[in-house]
Design a protein around this ligand. Sequence first.
Ligand code: NAI
Length: 297
Amino acid sequence: MSISFRDRVAIVTGAGGGLGRAYALELARRGAKVVVNDLGGSRDGTGHSDAAASVVEEIKVAGGEAIADGSSVTDLAQVEAMVARAKQAWGSVHILINNAGILRDKSFAKMTMDDFKAVVDVHLIGSANATHAVWEMMREQAYGRILMTASSTGLYGNFGQANYGAAKLGLAGFARTLALEGARYNVRVNTIAPTAATRMTEDIFPPELLARFQPEAVAPAALFLVSEDAPTNVILGAGAGVVQAAYVTLTRGAALREPTPEAVAAQYAEITDRTGETVPQSGAEQAMTILQRLQGQ
Ligand code: NAI
């Protein structure tokens, strides 16, 4: 079964380089018309360049269709104007890949709140801005595929990335509720946690692994998650051609013998026992499991 994006319009944020560029090129190669968004800043989010224009050029040389957009995802008015341009040029937007990002790594002890807010602003608020700008259109046309970009840092933590981790797990949480709200409108929302050698990770990748961890090796998972037959509400990890699924699981837990912290301590082994753990598909489902536990099931 081949996956085509013919007649689909896609916006990829932060697509002037790294992973976003790889997604944009592959979407275009498979027939999508692509808005290549990128502010063209440096890794910490400062400055500007015409990174988006050069990716558009690459797509056009390969015979595809694309337009460049230099908006910052942090600016709702600019993002709305970008969506309006796409609609004017091609009639609609079917796919949004929220990929733009910056880093301000420091241990939390040394991190300023400006560093914290700047990172949350680009990743989390930026993704919410772009999603908000397409959401109504996708609901009305009963078709939408949205991908959030989380990270192993969001899912599992990494030293020196408290700001980034907060934003990234925020994105996974954002996707969860959108997947529920979008379901009856055929708007599917997923999350990817990529691992790739890009300028973002250039100082941590051993040189011998660079060739394997190319951004192009993440693109298959990202494209699957925005395809016609994409699932919804899933988190995939992807790097070097390996694709994994990440879950937020819930143990069966324990009904406390008495309502005290001492009882939590005494029953801690039972509370954390992973035998029979589940993966609730909504917050309401967790509440149901509590009721079931009280009924001794
Ligand atoms: P990158 O630095 O090459 O790409 C990020 C792009 O976003 C840049 O081109 C940058 O100019 C653009 N950007 C930054 N702020 C923007 C703004 N306000 N508006 C529009 N564009 C903006 O890095 P990479 O690795 O390709 O990152 C892509 C995404 O993948 C990011 O969200 C990153 O956090 C995430 N990620 C990457 C991992 C990796 O191993 N490379 C690991 C986990 C997550």
